[in-house]
Design a protein around this ligand. Sequence first.
Ligand code: PHE
Length: 345
Amino acid sequence: MEIITKINQWISDAKSDAQEARSEAELFDLEKKYLGRKNGLLTNVLKSIKELSDSEKKVVGPRANEVKKEILTIINNQRKQLQEKQSQSTKTIDVTLPGKKIVSGHLHPLTIVQNDIVDIFTRMGFDIADGPEVESEWYNFDAVNVPDNHPGRDMQDTFWLRAEKGKKQSLLRTQTSAVQVRYMEKHTPPFHVIVPGRIFRHEATDASHEHTFHQFEALMVGNDISVANCKHVVSVFFSQFFKKDVEIRLRPGFFPFVEPGFEFDISCTVCDAKGCSVCKQAGWLEIGGAGMVHQNVFGASGYEKGKYQGFAWGFGLERLAMMKYNIDDVRLFHSGDLRFINQFR
Ligand code: PHE
């Protein structure tokens, strides 16, 4: 029968076609040619079977179905082989290709600055200390000469924590000065220590104010520590921190825990004191308070009053980071905006 010869021929045709196929797309076309629902060669044969005589039907029908299965097996086998070849070729490593970049985490700019500060003071022989962020009223205020009802408390709007009945209220520390008495209770002069840390104030935020920010406190106590020592340490620190000479300026200022007290200014490092938007054309920038430790603070620490003298300061860390990296909005630090943070990678 002519038609049977034709169908049988398709098997060997399909075999050689399949072997030549170089891609799965080519195999798909082949499948379509023989088995496609519309105009597939075998599909057409099966469709036209009803036009054959009964005796032909009996032979052609089963054979066409067998051939259909065989061609499908041929194509599927070839497909498998192609896939295996492909996965083998992707398993070999092309060492000349550029590597995939692994995105790793990195330090926050404030951490970088804090580490810099700690490094500089460690080199100068300072100890580094820490204290709790949830603090008692005693260490944050009373112990540093700011008793209840003292107007000095108004200088720092406070986040008070709800207290259990009969217990004293705690607070989020408003200043790293809260660590002064904690440290002195455990150490005897002479000593010099730096306390970097996070502090909190109940304040409205704007480009230069945050409710959560950082300070680093200094405390240097001995028998004859003076304002001159303070000025020297500060100017050495700033020259190293900004890697250029920085002028410092003291103005009288009031803080209950120091006497005398100062406001500390440094020459603007952004414009080299010529005047710019960061220093508001003044050439100077206020970076924090300082002074000679009040004898009442020594008293609260358990020291004999009048025996020692020393200086303390509390400088803002964000301020320094902003100057170092030319950042004009303090709120960026805690914004969580990765476009900002990733610049410090
Ligand atoms: N604690 C003060 C403040 O936060 C700064 C300060 C520290 C001033 C130590 C004098 C001495 O404003």
